[in-house]
Design a protein around this ligand. Structure first.
Ligand code: S3P
Length: 432
């Protein structure tokens, strides 16, 4: 909790980096690998605290999983082979673990409780318990809809569900429960969200159909083990993409990054702001598009962020707000109320932090208005949110004094070697 980042001002980014594996894909690879028939080998797995929480949960439920430097081998137990855990599943900071697992746990023939850290214990869970209850699930939360989740597994009925919010976690929870349900489960999303669950189910030989914004699967099938190569996480790359845009004289390449169309809002938004970003070497691995991303410094300008880009960049706004702080003119974000219920209230915490470092930023109910300006030094509380800590780290590239960020230990949830890679790339970061 007391980990601090101290970042001296200035610096430029040069060279070529590979950031760790995609968090969303890593979680799903453990879940589906554990429930498949046969052995699943995973390379490029993110060994961060969040994905390791998912891995440990399946070990607790009797799945044999070995790991060695990003190489994971899972002896799948089949969809009905999990064993009842003899203690609650502790999922740390990881909303993805809790929400996706809730979909899988409701169809088991045992009871389970899922808990998390202080941040996860404040996050809304009714968005998953409501549709799962409609399927016949026996699942409960605290009176205010927060964890722990208590589940008594039982038989499920398929539903057709219209998602009230654009959420890949909720969509995935329902589809995963649908594997266990009688009949055909369909989810309609209000806007496209990351589609890794659908792609990976198909990779495991499970038929998933998409018609416009509706995704369906039939319960009662099987998952067939296969090998997965996890691309580098565009959400981790985002910090270096913005860093190389805003730092003078930078020229950086990020290799083997996942560029799934449902994740590239960061690139679309920065390019609209005038960023010099190009992609090369595009190809598909394990059903996901990857590329090398090349970034050069550029003078950004403020924009009104197109609302349809919001779900495609939902985790990248802390980094995008720093880009906006360095841009000429005003950047306006609307339609992003979801940011208030992430690992922290990312609208309030980012607006407060930007004000501390001398940038005019006004939090609104569903977004922010940021006036580009000159960044000063200051002390920023990250509120234990990994992406807030990394965002203010890169802000120092354009600051006139040192920036100190407190409560940074949770950077290890998604980006365990962030300090080392930042130093290698040219950021004057030290950890205390
Ligand atoms: C995720 C979906 C997003 C994202 C989270 C990971 C996933 O959450 O913010 O970091 O892996 O499905 P929502 O579904 O709540 O938007």
């Amino acid at each position: 909790m007391s980990t601090k980042f101290i970042i001296n001002p200035g610096g430029c980014l040069r060279g070529s980096l590979r950031v760790p594996g995609d968090k969303s894909i890593s979680h799903r690879s453990i879940m589906l690998g554990a429930l498949a028939e046969g052995t699943t080998e995973i390379s490029g797995f993110l060994e961060g605290e969040d994905t390791l929480a998912t891995l440990a949960a399946f070990q607790t439920m009797g799945v044999n999983i070995s790991r060695n430097n990003g190489q994971i081998s899972i002896q799948g137990v089949g969809l009905h082979g999990l064993k009842a855990p003899n203690s609650p599943l502790y999922l740390g900071n990881s909303g993805t673990s809790m929400r996706l697992l809730s979909g899988l746990m409701v169809g088991q023939n045992f009871s389970v409780e899922m808990t998390g850290d202080a941040s996860l214990s404040r996050r809304p869970m009714r968005r998953v318990t409501k549709p799962l209850s409609l399927m016949g699930a026996n699942i409960s939360t605290n009176a205010d809809g927060t964890p722990p989740l208590k589940i008594n597994g039982n038989s499920l009925q398929a539903i057709n569900y219209n998602l009230p919010i654009a959420s890949a976690q909720v969509k995935s929870a329902i589809l995963l429960a649908g594997l266990y349900a009688n009949g055909k489960t369909c989810v309609t999303e209000p806007a496209p969200t990351r589609d890794h669950t659908e792609r990976m189910l198909a990779g495991f030989g499970y038929s998933v159909t998409r018609d416009a914004n509706t995704i369906c699967l039939q319960g009662g099938g099987k998952l067939q083990a296969h090998s997965i190569d996890v691309p580098a996480d565009i959400s981790s790359a985002a910090f270096f993409i913005v860093a190389a845009c805003i730092a003078k004289d930078s020229e950086l390449s990020l290799t083997h990054v996942g560029i799934n169309a449902t994740r590239i809002g960061i690139i679309n938004i920065l390019q609209q702001m005038g960023a010099d970003i190009s992609l090369t070497n595009q190809h598909e691995v394990s059903g996901e598009l990857v590329a090398d991303i090349h970034i050069r410094s550029s003078q950004l300008h403020g924009i009104h962020i197109p609302p349809q880009q919001v779900p495609l960049a939902i985790d990248e706004f802390p980094a995008i707000f720093i880009a906006a702080a360095c841009a000429e003119g005003k950047t306006v974000l609307t339609g992003a109320a979801e940011l208030r219920v992430k690992e922290s209230d990312r609208i309030q915490v980012m607006a407060d932090g930007l004000n501390i470092i001398g940038i005019k930023a006004e939090a609104t109910a569903d977004g922010m208005i940021i006036q580009g300006g000159k960044i000063q030094g200051g002390i920023i509380n990250s509120h234990g949110d990994h992406r807030i800590a990394m965002a203010f780290t890169i802000a120092a590239l354009r600051a006139n004094e040192t920036i100190t960020v407190t409560d940074c230990a949770n950077v290890a949830t998604s980006f365990p070697n962030f300090v080392k890679l930042s130093q290698q790339a040219g950021i004057n970061l030290s950890e205390q």
